[in-house]
Design a protein. Structure first.
Length: 407
């Protein structure tokens, strides 16, 4: 389909086709600039001028994982690296510290530990909610939910319902990459399949657990594959309405085994492709997923500010302890204090608004200055007390002690 026809159809609010979506995602040069302006206009009409951000903290409590996703440099214990596992009291300490910093959300995701079953996930969930009931608990990717359910031989839907009862508020829409199994098999043998990912998300939405949605791009996929992914998310959102946002995630290649072992893999997207993906995402999803988030972790602060002109209305969170992209070689840091996100937004000339996880505006919570040492991913791996298997027992953490679990 011609780009001009696809753009006109998007602006007329027509249901997008695979050919039309592919044409938009392939736009470069003058077409890209025209699409950027159209996306900016559509963003203004759909969500206004405000740029939002959330004060949150990541707790990636272990890098030990039974999977070997080729794009992942975070899980390194079985690649000759160092495995760590935070004890439950350290996980809770980090959440309590986040609360004192003014955070409204904690985001908990980690590797798939062999010993962690449904009861273990429930124990972490319940313990965090008990310690910090004010914090929105955004936790457990579809891959982790599938893992916990499988380890305990229970149904995904039942596990999700148990997690919700234990205090889970929403789930990250990570582990989506590109929802096409022919690509997924090349990205990660044994990765959760497209159908399984959609199944977990659908059950979560039906149970009243919203989720984010994501796409990892700039590796093996084509514009057609990206288009198929976006339309798949669109169809699910039309059925459930459970996605709170869409976040394009540019592939970070530096330390990814996928890049060094496969000459077909691209070194992440070029700048034009990034702009095209953001602008096309606004045009293709904005009417059903109005919140489009730029990832400062992947793009950096300056580029994120520029991408605000391509349909974006959110700059994500403070994160405090970003590990996944840092491990892959992303050079943009492990946290941004609220003041830095406010500077980023102010530079765009648009107003800023702190939000909660569900995009409800909130007034800034009182918080002490962010001038302490909040931890560093590299140091975490060197800390003897956090070593996986310390004292010969990886389950010394109450987090995985199923005997203490309270499902
Ligand atoms: S992406 Fe997740 S599941 Fe895959 S190896 Fe990394 S931590 Fe494990």
């Amino acid at each position: 389909m011609k780009f001009s026809v696809a753009l006109a159809a998007a602006l007329a609010g027509e249901e997008p086709t695979l050919a039309g979506a592919s044409a938009l995602l392939s736009a470069r040069g003058e077409q890209l600039e025209a699409m950027g302006q159209a996306a900016d206009k559509m963003r203004k009409a759909q969500v206004g001028e405000v740029v939002t951000y959330v004060v949150n903290r990541n707790i990636n409590f272990t890098n030990v994982c039974i999977k070997r996703c080729h794009f992942c440099a975070f899980s390194d214990d079985l690649r000759g690296g160092k495995g760590y596992f935070l004890p439950l009291d350290e996980i809770i300490r980090r959440a309590e510290q986040a609360r004192a910093m003014g955070a409204t959300e904690i985001c908990v995701q980690a590797g798939l530990v062999p010993e962690l079953d449904a009861a273990g996930y429930l124990r972490i969930t319940e313990s965090l909610k008990t310690a910090c009931p004010e914090l929105h608990l955004h936790a457990w990717s579809p891959e982790e939910i599938k893992h916990g359910a499988r380890q305990s031989r229970i149904k995904v839907r039942d596990f999700l319902a148990d997690l919700k009862r234990a205090g889970l508020d929403s789930i990250p829409g990570t582990s989506a990459e590109i929802l096409d199994d022919s690509i997924r098999k090349r990205l990660a043998v044994g990765r959760i399949t497209s159908a399984q990912w959609l199944d977990v998300i659908r059950h979560a939405h039906e149970l009243g657990l919203p989720s984010t949605s994501t796409m990892m791009f700039g590796h093996l996929e084509s514009a057609v594959d990206q288009a198929g992914h976006l339309l798949t998310l669109r169809r699910l959102q039309q059925q459930t309405g459970g996605f709170t946002e869409f976040v394009p995630l540019a592939f970070v290649h530096h330390q990814a085994p996928l890049f060094s072992s496969n000459p077909d893999v691209r070194p992440g997207p070029c700048a034009d492709e990034r702009r095209a993906v953001y602008a096309a995402s606004r045009l293709l999803l904005g009417d059903c997923i109005p919140n489009l988030q730029v990832s400062w972790v992947k793009e950096g602060l300056q580029a994120s500010q520029k991408l605000l002109a391509y349909g974006v209305n959110d700059v994500g969170g403070t994160l405090v302890n970003e590990s996944i992209s840092t491990a892959a070689g992303a050079p943009h840091g492990q946290m941004q204090a609220p003041a830095q996100l406010l500077d980023l937004i102010a530079g765009s000339g648009r107003p800023a608004q702190q939000r909660d996880t569900l995009y409800r505006p909130i007034s800034s919570a009182a918080s002490r200055p962010w001038d302490e040492d909040y931890g560093d991913w590299q140091r975490l791996r060197d800390e003897p007390d956090f070593a996986y298997g310390a004292s010969g027992n990886p389950s010394r953490s109450a987090a995985v002690s199923t005997s203490q679990a309270k499902p």
